[in-house]
Write a protein that binds this ligand. Structure first.
Ligand code: FAD
Length: 780
């Protein structure tokens, strides 16, 4: 009997371990089944999947993150030139734009601001110095965009777009020398304003299916007969299009007469078309939620253009989708994460200040527990979003094009910013609602859906990209298996598949065992890197445990659902949530280390980490409750988390400490809002909050004296004993000195300015007398 069992074990081992035995008996039928089950992949899908690189998210996906790699990630720094630009040019640019005037009077930034950003190279920050650009790092780029967005979204967007997926990025990677030498210096100096037009009325999220098309044909160009293309397009939502001088254009190119070769449908092609090329229609504008940056449609019908207009020349015809996908990760990792991290900080700055200044029931509203809760969330989001945008930019500077990280950063930071602004609006009450030059948050509140929608709308990003694309990109074996299954040489395909598949199986078993062990020990056996802050070690352990559990569950879902997981968007979204939250936690932990473990920030970092862990718990619960094989869900939950899924919302006491530290002017608040560019002037709606806050804090001892007198009943039955006139009464009764009274008067004047809300004559007129188009014409 024993011999029989031993023989059986030996046979099984031989079957699994010896490739020559395993391949025909096991791997070959699995390979055939895998090939049948694999959904057909279009060229555009393949390009999207293969574009860019994977970074730390792949470690999180592996179930066994290498913490040494994460802790060794260098802290991004600025050169002295970049720092000087931030301290000078950025601050000056911010001073040139007033949100209210842009939104309600001029419907455009002032010409002075346009000229300034062109002259100072803001539109060419990513262009290398050799072409006359600023040649800034991705981190510097992020620092600049985040600062600009704390003053004006139109300003930030006008700078962001040329530096992200504007033609510069495409030219740098794919342009011909001639195109680079002509356009890059002109873009760097602001002599050209670029726009990039992909979206059409019929193809928004599904941008690969643009109906805009070009046909290769003969035509006349500069008096000569040449082979070119006749292009027709109808695009909308295109940022900077109304004022652009070169229009990047994506369209599908066909070659029905075989003038370029045998292929008739060449595919998506990107071209650069001068704005004054005959037949190009630009100039009309959309109004994106009262954020009057330049955005509008463009059309062209049967416009003949030479093949040299194609970015990279004729040989790049049909390569447009791959080019766009490869460049998208870079811009997406910087633009919206940076601008929305800036907005989170702006919300944090103004709301914390306002909540400390505004009193009701004789108490600053920041002290009410209900308000405290909102303030703690705003503070936590500000800490987290800055960590995420910093590390996403750091990845680019390390040479990555992180397609999944950029999607996580875009999705999470825009959602957090929206959450902060929503809570902020609740805290500032009517002051946020009534529009006018003194409004502090109303315009930002209106603008929030823009970031949510552009560069991959958030619902789509969460449900389809984060896990759907992330799983294939980050998984150590899946992409290799897919590539093997799709290989035209099936013999080689089987060999590659066999290698990847059995390693994959060992990976699943390893992660399962690891997750069960960590679960049984309630995470105590999970590793934490050496040399990190002791107070943060439990979070590292928790992340290691989450990673193992996630990798195991994700593999089971993929095994059960195969290609249909793509359509199970709710499940995919929850798995994407877990991956995202692990990345966010990693960024928070890294920020804490990079900033030298500032003890005053322990609470806010812990608040952000607890919030992420809570979201992981909710997502895991959702996955188990909706597991593709229903009875397996509760079993897996019990197996991996025998003592319950860890994570609970940040505690009330932690939230209290975070909000109180943050509502008082001081170093903690300054660090949390370090990118805010503030004009500390009485007529500036944000600046005046700072002045009033300083005055409030300076008057606290005087106010305490008044409170004591009040409790002693000294103000009883006095008509001046009301919230506004109490200091006057206190001075009259000698409770406070004359100089103290003057201090209080100064404070009250500033406070009144902060709580003041604009009103207008019955016939409200806000528009400027000179139309925006006229001003642009005059400037040209
Ligand atoms: C202000 C602004 C500026 C822009 N700038 C530019 C620019 O410079 N150049 C350019 O080419 N484009 C630009 N765009 C276009 C932008 O990228 C698209 O608006 C965006 O991709 C979404 O397309 P859509 O608005 O048509 O929404 P739709 O594609 O109609 O989507 C509507 C909703 O359905 C969801 N959805 C769609 N498909 C799926 C799916 N498979 N699964 C789950 N949910 C899904 C989306 O998430 C969204 O919530 C801009 C848009 C705006 C509003």
């Amino acid at each position: 009997m024993t011999i029989l069992i031993l023989l059986l074990l030996a046979a099984i081992t031989a079957l699994l371990v010896i490739p020559a035995v395993r391949r025909p008996i096991l791997s070959s039928p699995i390979f055939r089944a895998f090939r049948r089950a694999l959904p057909a992949m279009s060229e555009t899908e393949r390009a999207a999947l293969e574009a860019g690189t994977v970074w730390w998210e792949a470690d999180l996906f592996s179930g066994k993150p290498d913490w040494n790699k994460w802790t060794a990630t260098p802290t991004p720094t600025l050169t002295s030139e970049e720092q000087s630009f931030i301290d000078n040019e950025v601050v000056q640019a911010c001073k040139l734009v007033r949100e209210w005037d842009v939104a309600f009077k001029d419907h455009d930034m002032p010409q002075e601001a346009w000229q300034f950003i062109k002259d100072k190279g803001f539109l060419g920050m990513i262009i290398p110095k050799s072409y006359g650009g600023l040649g800034f790092s991705a981190y510097a780029h992020s620092e600049i965009v985040s600062r600009l967005s704390t003053r004006s979204s139109p300003l930030a967007i006008s700078v962001m777009v040329p530096n992200s997926l504007g033609p510069a990025e495409l030219l740098l990677h794919y342009g011909t020398d001639e195109q680079k030498n002509y356009y890059l210096p002109r873009l760097a100096k602001g002599l050209e304003i670029p726009a990039f037009a992909l979206t059409s009325p019929w193809a928004g999220s599904d941008a690969a299916s643009i109906p805009d098309s070009g046909v290769v044909c003969e035509g006349t160009w500069q008096g000569k007969k040449v082979i070119g293309m006749r292009v027709t397009w109808n695009k909308r939502y295109i940022t900077l299009a109304p004022v652009c001088t070169i229009l990047g254009l994506a369209f599908r190119l066909y070659d029905p007469d075989g003038l370029l070769g045998t292929k008739k449908d060449l595919g998506v092609t990107c071209a650069l078309v001068p704005h004054d090329h005959p037949g190009v229609v630009i100039g009309r504008r959309h109004i994106p939620l009262n954020t009057y940056f330049m955005n509008g449609p463009t059309q062209g019908k049967d416009i003949f253009m030479p093949l040299d207009f194609i970015i990279g020349g004729p040989q790049m015809a049909g390569q447009g989708w791959r080019m766009l996908m490869e460049c998208l990760a870079t811009g997406r990792a910087i633009s919206l994460p940076s601008s929305n991290a800036g907005i989170s900080q702006l919300a944090a700055r103004v709301v914390s200040g306002y909540a400390r200044i505004r009193q009701q029931f004789k108490t600053p509203i920041s002290r009410f527990e209900g308000v405290e809760e909102a303030l703690a969330r705003i503070a936590g989001n500000a800490y987290l979003t800055d960590a995420v945008r910093t590390l996403s930019a750091a990845a680019i500077d390390l040479g990555e094009k992180p397609s999944v990280v950029s999607a996580i950063a875009k999705y999470q930071v825009t959602e957090k910013a929206r959450e902060s602004v929503n809570h902020g609006m609740d805290v500032v009450g009517g002051k946020g609602i009534c529009m006018g030059p003194g409004n502090i948050l109303g315009l930002v509140y209106q603008q929030m859906p823009i970031g949510i929608t552009v560069e991959g709308a958030n619902i789509l990003t969460r449900s389809l990209i984060l896990f759907g694309q992330g799983a294939i990109r980050c998984h150590p074996y899946l992409l290799r298996e897919m590539q093997a299954a799709q290989a035209s040489d099936t013999r080689q395909g089987l060999l590659d598949f066999d290698q990847a598949f059995w390693k994959h199986m060992a990976h699943v078993v390893g992660n399962g065992l690891r997750a069960i062990t960590y679960g049984l020990s309630a995470g105590r056996l999970a590793p934490s890197p050496v040399g990190v802050a002791p107070e943060m070690q439990p979070y590292y352990r928790s992340l290691a445990r989450t990673s193992a559990g996630f990798a195991f569950v994700a593999d089971l879902c993929m095994l059960i659902l195969g290609g249909t997981l793509k359509r199970k968007e709710k499940l995919s979204a929850r798995l994407g949530d877990i991956l995202s939250q692990m990345f966010l936690m990693s960024c928070v932990l890294k920020r804490f280390e990079m900033q030298g473990r500032i003890q005053e920030d322990v609470d806010v970092a812990r608040w952000a980490l607890d919030d992420c862990q809570d979201k992981i718990r909710i997502a895991f619960d959702g996955v188990f409750a909706n597991f593709p094989i229903a009875p397996l869900g509760p079993v897996l939950k019990r197996l991996l988390f025998p003592w319950g899924i860890p994570g609970q919302p940040p505690s009330d006491t932690l939230g209290h400490r975070v909000s109180q530290k943050f509502a008082n002017a001081g170093a903690a608040r300054d660090r949390l809002t370090s990118v805010c560019v503030i004009n500390k002037e009485i007529d500036d709606p944000v600046g005046v909050i700072e002045l009033a806050l300083d005055a409030m804090l300076a008057c606290e001892p005087i106010e305490a004296k008044i409170r004591v007198a009040e409790k002693q009943g000294r103000f009883q039955d006095e008509p001046l004993a009301n919230v506004r006139d109490l200091p006057t009464l206190a001075a009259q009764l000698g409770v406070i000195t004359e100089s103290e009274f003057q201090e209080m008067q100064k404070r009250d004047a500033l406070r009144d300015k902060v709580i003041h809300v604009d009103d207008f004559p019955f016939e409200i007129r806000t528009t400027a007398s000179v139309p925006s188009s006229e001003r642009h014409r005059q400037a040209a």
